[in-house]
Ligand binder design. Sequence first.
Ligand SMILES: *Cc1c(COP(=O)(O)O)cnc(C)c1O
Length: 422
Amino acid sequence: MAEPNELPLSILSAIERYRQQCSDPMVAFFYDLPALAAHANAMKAALPPGVELYYAIKANSEPAIIDTLAPIVDGLELSSGGEIERACRSATPRPWVLSGPGKLDADMRSAIERGVEAFHVESLGEIARLQSIAAALGRTQPVLLRINPWLPESFSSRLRMAGTATPFGIDEAQLPQAVSAVDNAPNLKLCGFHVHAMSHQTSEQRHQQLLAFYLERWPSWRALARYPEQLTQLNVGGGIGVNYRQPSHQFDWASLCYAFGQQLDNLSEPPRVRFEIGRYLSAFCGYYVMEVLDTKVSHGEGFLVCRGGTHQFRLPVAQGHDHPVIHLPRDPEQSSNGEQRAWTVVGQLCTPKDVLSRHQELRGVRVGDLLVLPLAGAYGYNISHADFLCHPRPSQHFVTDTAEALHSRPGLRRVLAEGYSG
Ligand SMILES: *Cc1c(COP(=O)(O)O)cnc(C)c1O
């Protein structure tokens, strides 16, 4: 079980301030923007020389998250007209690419008009459509072909986008045909290849092997083109996992980058490599905070019924894990003398699937206490079915306080010592 003292003071303080404004039991998301910036800066600093980091905004496309990351990353990866809107409204305009299956003609046209850097093309049909759109606009459009490669069985992860039958990318068997279609399209310019094969990769070693495999395949993919020397870019996708089961054991990005840098150093003609990371960039900055509405024991199992639920934070059910929970008692002293037991944390929905976490050993939980679910910054609120049962949507708070700013707030010490008001 995680402890309250693992929460940043800025988040505790924002929770307390919001709670004082709530007349009903609270539920809300809080995002630690300085921590997000620090994490992104550290990721960027660890990259091997020349390797780029893009943010795949589908992980969390809230304007404040994009505005925090945009100045740090090298660019953005987008997959819809709506995402183009969000990215173009960012305070810091950055280069962006458009990928994803099922692109609309209207989105491709708007992307070209709004200055897309490159398209990640997903099918033979899309090559033909993009060619006619680029021709109609009188442009020459850079493209990367997204490959669904043959992958050794050992690379499999929980959520596979490639190496198996999926709607993503171009089957490697059809790659020669796709490359020649782009070579023959007068308004398209082939710049390289894109592979996003895995999600939830939690092993540095396996990811390193996957990247090594791409680098090994790169010369033969490139050799398919009429002018191979014009192909310089290899986008290796995202897919770095977050460990929701053991929050203190996370993917070691720096060690992956170090090993990958050595692999690149051994190549005589390395491609320009780009990562496009979603989850591992934004997950750590987010917290979903729910107030306990009711406690009950039914057929031997203890339930904490909380404000909110999986319609607002679908991630744990979507991934099939028990989300870590931090208990913030309203009365810390009473709570520390209370009984410890295993709880199942559920929301307000009238469905047995509305479970956020099982087997949470918590001491002295009472109605009115708060539960904080960390690691909620990626694929949290934005993948959820928030209108189910017509509950109001939770508020989202983008916290910009730094630790220094908080030392001048004595109220916070009181909260830590005496618990949460309400
Ligand atoms: C979702 C997605 C990403 C980001 O994946 P993460 O697992 O969040 O890092 C990158 N590239 C493509 C094409 C995607 O669809």
